[in-house]
Design a protein around this ligand. Sequence first.
Ligand code: PLP
Length: 387
Amino acid sequence: AQRLSGRARRLKPSATVAVTSRALELQRAGHDLISLSVGEPDFDTPPHIKAAAIRAIEAGKTKYTPVSGIPELREAISAKFRRENGLDYPPNAVTVTSGGKQALFNAFFALLDPGDEVLIPAPYWVSYPEMVALTGAVPVPVPTSPASGFQLDPDALEARITPRTRLIVLNSPGNPTGAVFPLDTLRRIAEITQERGLLIVTDEIYEHLVYDAEQVSIARYAPEHTLTINGASKAYAMTGWRLGYAGGPAGVIAAMNALQSQSTSSASSVSQYAALAALEGYEETARFVALARAAYRERRDRLVSGLNALGLSTPTPQGAFYVMADTRSIHEDELEAARIILDEARVAVVPGTDFAAPGQVRLSYATGLENIEEVLRRLGALVGSSS
Ligand code: PLP
C-alpha cells in the first residue's frame, strides 16, 4: 500500500461510518428503513432556480468564471447581506465557493497557523474541528448543555481564551443542536472578540430556518472582526449545486481567493447562475422559504413532543432541522443506542459521538410528517410505550 500523508492519516475516521454502513446493508437486504440521519432538505430546488440554470446552460455560460464568482452574483450577495442581514459587504468583500463547506475550508487555511487555537462551541458540526486540525491548529471545544437548550455562555467562552487563541467559530442556528443564540449573547461575544483582537467565523447556513427566535448576524456588532459564511444549500434546497459564499474583511477574502485560485478555481458556473436567480427572484424564493419553514416547524413540534412522551428527553430547538434526543434509557453509550435503534426499530439516526454529545443522538426532521409518525411508532415499540 502507498504511504499516506500525516495529514490524511490524522483525519479522524467518522464514528458514524459504522452505523451508516450498517444502515446501507439493511436497506440492501430489503428492510424497510427510515432515515432521520440526513442533513439536507427533502424539498426539491424551486422551479425558477432550476429554469435559470437551464437557461445558463443553453446560453453557453459553461466556462471558467472569475475565481471569486461572476460579478452579478457577487453584487446580488452584497445586496442580500444588506437586505437580510443589515451588513455592508461590498462585492469585493464577497467570494463565491463550492458550498459553504469550501468557504469554511478556505477561511481556516487562510487564517490559521499550526498551534493557533480555535474556540468551537460543543456539540459542534464535525467538520469544524476536523478542518481546523487539518491546518495544524488546535480545536478547543466550549461545552454547552441540553439543560440550557445548548445556549453558549460568553463567560465560558472567554475563560478558554489563551494567547494562542485566534478564531471563534459560531454556528447559529446550529447543527446538531438547533440552538439559536440571542442578541445579548452575540453582542457580548462581539465585545470579547474586539477586546481580545480575535476573529469570528460565523456559519449562518441555517439562517432562514428559525422558528421561535430571530436570527441575527453577529457581524453587525463586530464588522471588522467577523467573517460571515453562508450558502444556497439549506435555504433554497440546493445541496447538490455546491454553492456557498462568504463576506468579510477584504484582506481575508483576498487570501481565500488566492487559495481557491490554486485549488478549485471557482464554483460551478451553472450553479452560480442558479444562485443568482435565487437571490434576484427573492420574492418567489421567499415564498418557498416560508413554506419550507412552516413545514419544518410542524415536524419539529411533532418530533419533539413525541420523543419526550417516550421518555427520550429532547430540548425544543429554535432553528435548523435537527433535534438531539437523550438515548440513555435505551443504552448509556450513544453509539450502542444508535445501533439498537437501527437494528430493532429500523430507524437511522446519528450518534452524538462525533459531535461531542455523549448520551445523545441526532435526528433530522427534513422528512415528511408521515415518516416522523412512523418513527415515533417504531421507537414507541422499542422503548415499550406510546407517544
Ligand atoms: N455548515 C453546517 C453547519 C452544515 O450543517 C453544513 C451541511 O451539512 C454546511 C455548513 C455545508 O453546507 P454546504 O457545503 O452544502 O453549503
